[in-house]
Ligand binder design. Structure first.
Ligand SMILES: [Zn+2]
Length: 125
């Protein structure tokens, strides 16, 4: 099982595909400017470079193959700004804890800065 599947999980997960589609549709329709949807901040871009995993699809905005998924986990004993998780092993370790953490997968294009939350679920507990 890959890391992103680990976050997708099978229960209590939230899928943000509809919100993502709505954002893209607003952008295609001209209601949102490119700089409004491609607003990845420096920290997110940096994390995308270092802990991003190939999303396996081109960027929906610039269509380059630079789309990656970054997994963040927030919870007790983790940094306040969340931890960028890069391995299934680390994910499994957090999931095995008694304390509940929240995992978020954000897709980011390292080319144009497009970014959107794709899914989340709780871990541990
Ligand atoms: Zn892009």
């Amino acid at each position: 099982m890959g890391l992103t599947e680990a976050v997708a999980g099978n229960s209590a997960g939230v899928d943000y595909r509809l919100a993502r589609e709505a954002t893209l549709q607003a952008w295609r329709g001209g209601e949102l400017a490119t700089e409004q949807v491609c607003d990845a901040q420096r920290e997110l871009r940096r994390n995308a470079e270092f802990c991003g995993i190939d999303a396996g699809a081109p960027c929906p905005v610039c269509e380059r193959d630079r789309l990656v998924e970054v997994t963040y986990v927030f919870g007790p004993r983790l940094p306040r700004h969340g931890r960028c998780v890069t391995s299934d092993k680390e994910m499994a370790r957090i999931d095995a804890r008694k304390s509940v953490s929240q995992g978020y997968v954000v897709e980011v294009c390292t080319e144009c800065g497009w970014n959107h939350l794709t899914r989340s679920r709780s871990l541990g507990g």
